[in-house]
Design a protein around this ligand. Structure first.
Ligand code: FCB
Length: 448
């Protein structure tokens, strides 16, 4: 038997996000987010589901922290709902919202669980969306105000911060959902992504002034890119996909600049963002302390000249191993971690999300035998451990997710949790994978 052991200082955790678990969508003075608006529009979310109640974490956080403690989590990643503490996005503070997060943080610390907070996990205040949202350059001032309020309210106890979750998805996924990049959509997405980078840099700057001893970073969804054939054209296309999805964010947050090849390409296609004087200096002087990596799957691409802007095509070879979030490909995590270490000067890395949802989540006789999730996690933990043994500076692992929850446009139809939630009774039931994860944490490893 092969024993996998993680380093002494390695930390195990799980991740959630506010809109996916909290519920209480209009309680205690909370303002609306764009997800409240979206989920109330007919036909947008599968089965007409909404996050109105979600898993009622807002009222059940004590019970939920007790579950985290019982599973043995050493750290917990959650996000703050911006409109819960600033109902109009800026200006008026909702003290009850601040109180909720204070209670949650205190509960976690009492349980011996280290909190790490994501400031922005997509539930943008509707009031700011009405002012042009992230397309508006003022968004960096809005975000700076919100970030500063969070740092000042919670920063005495919270020492690790993530500014954005998966900015690529938030800016670009819509481009694809709407049927592929048009000049207008790509240019819009590139503007938005530049505003994310500026907002990120502003928040980093503010945080460092307030709490020089803490750490602040960002979470990116990264996908290593491969080609099917060994053709030169396909390799060029793969490099462009890598530039489009990975380097476009990695380079500014870790190197302080945009990748030259992508900037030139976007300029030629007339979709480049509006980079103004001082922007790159701000980004350059506020690079991240750590990188949060969300890894779900790899991407295979080929050259495709008919696609007018990016000139590649993503290939999906769907087989039995296909899960909600793509092909199961643990070696992709290994390749990605090694690449980050090589190309970005040995950065401090946390895996801030990794997990899966297959369709095998039935509750039978009070049990959920989710063997495929367990296998998935085991294979990915093993890949991470291999990367660590090659010298990669990976220090934490957050499983997505602790609980089943509201999976965005899929509503409640996709279950990602280690813990099953009965949405009728809000009962939480440990899946087999939760028992297994508890053992992994206790042993700081596992046997293969
Ligand atoms: C990620 C999101 C997270 C969750 C998982 C399955 O893209 O960050 O909120 O939906 O996918």
């Amino acid at each position: 038997m092969n024993k996998i052991k993680f380093p002494e200082d390695f930390m195990w955790g799980a991740a959630t996000a506010a809109y996916q678990i909290e519920g209480a969508w209009d309680e205690d003075g909370k303002g609306n987010s764009v997800w409240d608006t979206l989920s109330h529009m007919p036909g947008v979310i599968q089965n007409g589901d909404t996050g109105d109640t979600a898993i009622d974490h807002y009222h059940r956080y004590k019970e939920d922290v007790a579950i985290m403690k019982a599973v043995g989590l050493q750290t917990y990643r959650f996000s703050i709902s911006w409109p819960r503490i600033l109902p109009e996005g800026t200006g008026r503070i909702n003290q009850k919202g601040i109180d909720f997060y204070n209670s949650l943080i205190d509960e976690l610390i009492t349980a011996g669980i280290e909190p790490i907070i994501t400031l922005y996990h997509w539930d943008f205040p509707q009031a700011l969306a009405d002012k042009g949202g992230w397309m508006n350059r003022a968004s960096m001032d809005w975000f700076a105000e919100y970030a500063e309020l969070c740092f000042k309210s919670f920063g005495d106890r919270v020492k690790n911060w993530i500014t954005f979750n998966e900015p690529w998805v938030d800016a670009y996924a819509v481009v694809f959902l709407l049927g592929g990049p048009t000049i207008e959509a790509m240019s819009r997405a590139n503007h938005i992504s530049h505003h994310y980078m500026l907002s990120h840099a502003r928040a980093v700057e503010i945080y460092r002034q307030l709490y020089p001893g803490g750490r602040i970073g960002i979470t990116l969804d990264l996908s290593p890119v491969y080609t099917e054939a060994d053709s030169q054209q396909d390799k060029i296309a793969a490099n462009r996909f890598d530039g489009f999805m990975n380097r476009w964010f990695l380079d500014p947050v870790l190197k302080g600049s945009y990748p030259e090849d992508m900037l030139a390409w976007y300029r030629e296609k007339q979709v480049a963002p509006d980079i103004r004087q001082g922007d790159m200096e701000l980004i350059q002087s506020n690079r991240s302390d750590f990188l949060g990596v969300n890894y779900y799957s790899r991407t295979i691409v080929k050259a495709f000249q008919d696609e007018p802007i990016l000139e590649f095509k993503v290939i999906e070879n769907r087989d039995d191993s296909w899960a909600t979030n793509g092909e199961v490909y643990p070696d992709g995590l290994y390749d990605l971690l090694i690449r980050l270490d090589n190309d970005y000067d040995h950065p401090l890395l946390f895996i801030t999300e990794n997990g899966t949802s297959f369709g095998d989540e039935e509750l039978v006789d009070g049990k959920v035998m989710d063997k495929r999730r367990q296998k998935y996690l085991q294979q990915h933990f093993e890949a991470a451990s291999r990367a660590i043994s090659k010298g990669v500076n990976l220090k934490r692992y957050y499983v997505w997710s602790l609980f089943d929850n509201f999976e965005w446009i899929y509503g409640y139809s996709r279950r990602f949790g280690l813990v099953y939630v009965d949405y009728n009774t809000q009962e939480r039931i440990w899946k087999e994978s939760a028992f297994w994860y508890r053992q992994v944490i206790t042993d700081n490893g596992f046997s293969l």
